[in-house]
Design a protein around this ligand. Structure first.
Ligand code: C2O
Length: 601
């Protein structure tokens, strides 16, 4: 046999997923087991020594404060952003603690013990797969019998592994909990007092891409199939908007999960702007969902930060004042909460709460579609649709167990090209995707006379920030320019920034943003997320934050150019912004609201 025929399956000769080859260390403890006695196993790649000596790590910002003498707060924050370094996960098997926030622990249905098992391994650097076929991910509502059978067999095999195995169903589910609910801190960069949080910032897309990358390879390994590919829940396609049938049934189906909302079963369609309450059944949910996807990818995702989320680097607390990306805070969160069971379960398990979401197989299918949205966003080729290029994004890194039970460190920069990672999504011609053609319709100019009761609208100087969002608030926000030409719009995007959103991270919450709308303060009449005036929403699942913090903070950005065209208000000097609380915003405050021209780069 010629050697060129050999390599396809060779990577599987070292696959060590099977129960009989598994041996967990029994002396493992968790909770900052910081030990200086760990001997490097392999000097080339050993990171342990660096990780366990936080005191030797000089905080460069403190050093500069010392050298530079007195710094004002503003100078200090400039220094810290200029000198930040990328978020770096520690050795996840030795420096980890139980999930401690973001859900009501006394009523938790799933465990808060989310630390991965330790096999005493050394962290290896990532290597791209070689000589493999591309794994073609498939739409869950259109899987072939063979695809579905394989998927069920693989999940079944995963469920049969002992919990302590790094590939077990529980271990895989716990990855999400540990990275989200305060399992890890920035100890590897000298900040053991600050958490690592992979939501609400520019880590969101790449972290989840890596999570699925290893999950998919592990499943393939469990059934000895190097071409195994995950399904994606294409909630952006009208034919795929209900929970895919392969996940239904009862416990005899390995893809079934008992903790799902009993009222959100097929044939009901998912509500991609879900705010915790079911919408009027007369709403055209299909159309509304298509608008939602269009909004997240096109209107509100005009640049790297708007789509990915705000910058987040070492020294910043759980993405303090960073912004949540357009897809993350809207369609992505809506699907989670809509699937999770908030009727019977206090915490919205499984999908409705980050600590438990990984226990529902549909989580990975949902995230495969979220990941596909990243790819499509790029493929649209719209100027500005480029991944972040900042070093702090490129070099941010996480640690996972791979399909060989090796610990691997992966970074954002290696996540960008799916071809190099040997997976892809079933080809759909961009022009076949209905949401691309689903720009919400223009408001009829005749129906907009006397729409805005200006007496209720506050100018920004009448408001003392931070302002509480316990009722609908309307602001008049000055625009940097009016009647912008197409050439102006090609150079910069007019963007509404809502900054300093502070909230209690133990609740599910959502508020909606409308622009130049017909919201009447003091009445129940306001438009819905299906209307042209809907700018978008800000939704959060319960999150983990460090023990020392009560509130979490974030921000959100909304693209205005199309919205002003479609509401016939491009000539207005001010934009009227209505913030409409929907769920869980009792403690939420807004720190700042403004409009900026964000350059297209
Ligand atoms: Cu890590 Cu869908 O969330």
């Amino acid at each position: 046999m010629s050697s060129s025929l050999l390599p396809l399956t060779s990577s599987f000769t070292t696959c060590r997923s099977k129960p009989n080859t598994f041996k967990a260390r029994t002396n493992q403890t968790h909770g900052f087991r910081v030990s200086c006695n760990v001997k490097p196993i392999n000097d080339d790649n050993n990171e342990t020594q660096k990780l366990i000596l936080p005191n030797n790590n000089v905080d460069r910002r403190n050093l500069l404060v010392g050298l530079g003498g007195l710094c004002t707060a503003a100078n200090l924050s400039n220094l810290s952003s200029a000198l930040a370094e990328p978020i770096k996960a520690p050795d996840i098997t030795s420096i980890c603690r139980d999930a401690n926030k973001g859900f009501d622990a006394t009523h938790a249905l799933r465990t808060a013990k989310c630390c991965p098992p330790s096999l005493g391994k050394t962290i290896k650097p990532f290597k791209f797969p070689r000589g493999e076929k591309v794994r073609m991910r498939w739409p869950a509502h259109k899987g072939t019998k063979e695809q579905v059978d394989k998927y069920k067999r693989a999940i079944d095999a995963m469920r049969k592994l002992p919990d302590e195995h790094p590939h077990s169903f529980k271990s895989q589910a716990s990855i999400h909990c540990a990275y989200c609910n305060s399992g890890y801190t920035q100890v590897a960069s000298g900040h053991p007092e600050l958490d690592i949080q992979i939501h609400n910032s520019w880590l969101f897309f790449p972290f989840h891409r890596w999570y699925l990358y290893f999950y998919e390879r592990i499943l393939g390994c469990l059934i000895d199939d190097p071409t195994f590919a995950l399904p994606y829940w294409s909630w952006d396609d009208p034919a795929g908007m209900q929970i895919p049938e392969i996940f239904l049934g009862d416990e005899s189906n390995p893809l079934y999960d008992v903790y799902r909302d009993p009222n959100h079963q097929p044939p009901l369609l998912v509500d991609l702007a879900f705010d915790g309450k079911d919408k009027d059944p007369d709403i055209d949910q299909k159309e509304c969902n298509l608008f939602a996807v269009y909004r997240d990818l096109v209107r509100n995702g005009g640049d790297a930060i708007s789509f990915f989320g705000g910058e987040y680097a070492v020294g910043s607390d759980t993405p303090n004042s960073k912004s949540a990306g357009s897809m993350e805070r809207h369609c992505h969160t809506a699907v989670h909460r809509w699937v999770g069971d908030s009727v019977n379960n206090r915490n919205g398990e499984d999908m409705g709460n980050f600590y438990s979401a990984g226990y529902d197989p549909v989580f990975y299918c949902h995230h495969a579609n979220v990941d596909r949205m990243w790819k499509l966003w790029k493929d649209l080729g719209i100027p500005g649709h480029e991944e972040p290029t900042h070093e702090d994004w490129l070099n941010a890194s996480y640690v996972f167990y791979d399909e060989n039970q090796d610990l691997v460190r992966v970074s954002n920069k290696d996540s960008v090209d799916t071809r190099k990672l040997k997976f892809d999504y079933a080809k759909s011609d961009l022009s076949d995707l209905l949401w691309i053609k689903s720009r919400p319709p223009k408001r009829n100019i005749n129906s907009q006379a006397a729409t805005i009761p200006l007496g209720d609208v506050k100018s920004l100087d009448q408001v003392k920030f931070p302002v509480k969002l316990d009722k609908i608030i309307k602001f008049r926000v000055k625009r940097p320019a009016v009647n912008r030409t197409d050439a102006d719009k090609a150079k910069s995007k007019e963007t509404l920034l809502i900054n300093g959103i502070k909230f209690n991270p133990n609740n599910f919450l959502k508020f909606d943003v409308f622009v130049n709308d017909k919201v009447n303060v003091g009445t129940d009449e306001f438009p819905t997320p299906c209307d042209p005036e809907y700018a978008g929403g800000f939704a959060q699942l319960p999150h983990g934050v460090g023990e020392h913090k009560m509130l979490m903070s974030s921000a959100a950005r909304f693209g205005l150019d199309e919205l002003l065209e479609d509401t016939n208000t491009e000539g207005d000097e001010y934009v009227v912004v209505a913030l409409v609380p929907r769920t869980g915003t009792e403690d939420l405050t807004i720190g700042e609201i403004k409009i900026e021209l964000v350059p297209v780069v």
